[in-house]
Design a protein around this ligand. Sequence first.
Ligand SMILES: [Zn+2]
Length: 267
Amino acid sequence: MLIDFHMHVFPDHLSQKALEKLSKTAGGIPYYTNGTVSDTAAKMKEWNVDYGVFMNIATSPKQQASINSWASAVQKEYGNIFCFGSVHPDAEDCVDELYRIKELGLKGVKLHPDYQNFFVDDERVYPIYDTLSRLQLPILFHAGYDAVSPTMIHGPSKGIARVAEMFPRLTIIAAHMGGLNRYDDTEEYLAGQSNVYLDTSMSASYCKPEQFKRIIKKHGADKILFATDCPWNRPADELSLIDSIGLGDTERNQILYANAAKLLGIE
Ligand SMILES: [Zn+2]
């Protein structure tokens, strides 16, 4: 069984433009779906992904409500797709929207500090963390480098570790093994933090196998989530990295399925 905990889709009329723009920002990187829900669902079948968790990002305060309504509709349409909602920290009603996200049955919230222009440990976002703790909804952060803000990292491992310590009841998922292309920082600041999961997305492209293994051993395989960041990577790429580092069957199953199933409540 395989759960991909970090995937991206777009409404049909936006998908082509969105993928072209995002790819260009990242220096022309390839993409492996056409960005629509239907194509992504078809690719999941082809790639033997049993469940997918789709991440959404409100890149402006005005977008948050419509994005969450759309995500809820997607989740209702497919039995094997779960969605995270999003809020924008600059929206006056961002805390209220978290309650709506819970009511809609979305599985968590994604924030992207670079696209939403805030630092993860900025006090103005604490009400979001506090509310999510009480609603028992996990938060997924983009972590580490992003081409949209190449000289300023808004979600560094150190900042995420600070949030994890300040909000011990908050379940945090730090994407890209705790910091895209900043894995030394993950090892130093974040690995071992008990209320933090790390997702594996994009590791096949950026993380050396020895370091990938060290991070998993230090953090614990019970807090690692298989993920691709689809359409930007394919499951086979991430799986070959995971299978190259000599994990035991139990650890492999935790990473590929069991940890995610627990977070999603589908055990
Ligand atoms: Zn993402």
